[in-house]
Ligand binder design. Structure first.
Ligand SMILES: Nc1ncnc2c1ncn2[C@@H]1O[C@H](COP(=O)(O)OP(=O)(O)OP(=O)(O)O)[C@@H](O)[C@H]1O
Ligand SMILES: [Mg+2]
Length: 170
């Protein structure tokens, strides 16, 4: 549904980074959003993941309406459906150890430690991060490897939807 997002900051005087955005995405669709730098691609993804709320307008997520007064409880419910890979993996990873970072995402979804560990290892292998890196610090990885770890964290709970912000860069 129609959505606007207004950034209020010193740097950018009150201006809409998204204005009159309206689209629907159907189940099974694979959508690519392209646009010049600053055109609002990341803002769009953050709105979908309810990390930010529309200044006005609303989002209809599988029948659940999200607007700027939606309570946190509803937002949490919606967020569980998404795996989000941030544009900058350095801002996404926070655990010092690779395996812990991916495990944390699984623990958040109510898996016990053993399940979380098993799922994290499976998905790391699947994404091409081999065992010799699991105990490494994420901050010693290359940006490409960091991004893979972030992708593993997004996949580990088998979300219904994946939001990938520039997933191939690095
Ligand atoms: N936290 C913020 N506070 C204020 N303005 C912001 C903030 N984040 C983004 N903006 C501004 O909102 C606009 C849209 O930014 P956004 O990051 O969504 O664009 P983008 O299409 O993802 O760009 P890029 O291709 O560089 O990643 C830009 O003008 C940006 O400078
Ligand atoms: Mg961006």
């Amino acid at each position: 549904k129609q959505v606007n997002y207004l950034y209020k900051s010193f740097l950018h005087e009150n201006s809409f980074s998204l204005n009159n955005l309206s689209l629907s995405i159907n189940s099974g669709e694979f959508i690519l959003v392209a646009g010049q730098t600053g055109s609002g691609k990341t803002t769009f993804l953050r709105l979908l993941d309810t990390l930010i709320l529309p200044s006005n307008g609303e989002i209809n997520f599988d029948g659940q309406i999200i607007n700027n007064s939606s309570p946190e409880k509803i937002l949490m419910k919606v967020r569980r459906n998404f795996g989000f890979v941030f544009q900058f993996p350095q801002r996404q990873l926070f655990s010092p150890i690779v395996l812990d970072d991916v495990e944390f995402a699984a623990l958040n979804f109510g898996n016990n430690k053993a399940e979380a560990s098993k799922k994290a290892k499976e998905v790391l292998k699947q994404i091409g991060i081999e065992e010799d890196l699991w105990e490494h610090s994420v901050f010693n990885l290359s940006v490409g490897q960091m991004r893979k770890v972030a992708i593993a964290g997004a996949l580990v709970n088998q979300p219904k939807y994946l939001l990938l912000d520039e997933p191939t860069s690095g």
